[in-house]
Design a protein around this ligand. Structure first.
Ligand code: FES
Length: 144
């Protein structure tokens, strides 16, 4: 105890005791601010023409945002990039703004119904501030 107290005093004299705590607090605060941010998104369901407006949490996927708000999207694999049932169609401007789909997503998209040039799997798109106001069209499945 005596040794520990001396070590603490020595560190305090060198100004070390508070620096790590302050750094942690700033990182935690910044992370919390980021996690609390939301952006408005819209999902248009081609099956019934209904538009659903949601506030999507930044950092989640667009699929998670849809499911959080009871948007009727199948997502058979739960976002594991093993199906194409989370297929959505983007507006051209938004599609161009995002990173292009990787090869694995392209392969899965080839299995999707109603494929368009701006199709994406929404489990592969992260919600970010640049998606503010974006609309995602859920295509109609001709087999249903
Ligand atoms: Fe299966 Fe997106 S939910 S690929």
């Amino acid at each position: 105890m005596r040794v520990a107290a001396r070590a603490l005093r020595t560190d305090a004299a060198r100004g070390r005791t508070h620096a790590p705590v302050q750094r942690f607090t700033m990182q935690h605060s910044a992370r919390r601010q980021f996690a609390d941010a939301t952006v408005p998104l819209a999902f248009v369901d081609s099956r019934d023409g209904q538009t659903i407006q949601v506030e999507a949490e930044v950092g989640k996927t667009v699929l998670e945002a849809a499911l959080d708000h009871d948007v009727d999207i199948e997502a058979a694999c739960g976002g594991e990039l093993a199906c194409s049932t989370c297929h959505v169609i983007l507006e051209q401007a938004l599609y161009d703004k995002l990173e292009p789909p990787d090869e694995e997503e392209e392969d899965m998209l080839d299995l999707a119904w109603g494929l368009e040039d701006t199709s994406r799997l929404c489990c592969q798109i992260k919600v970010s501030p640049e998606l503010k106001g974006a609309t995602f069209v859920i295509p109609e499945d001709p087999d249903i």
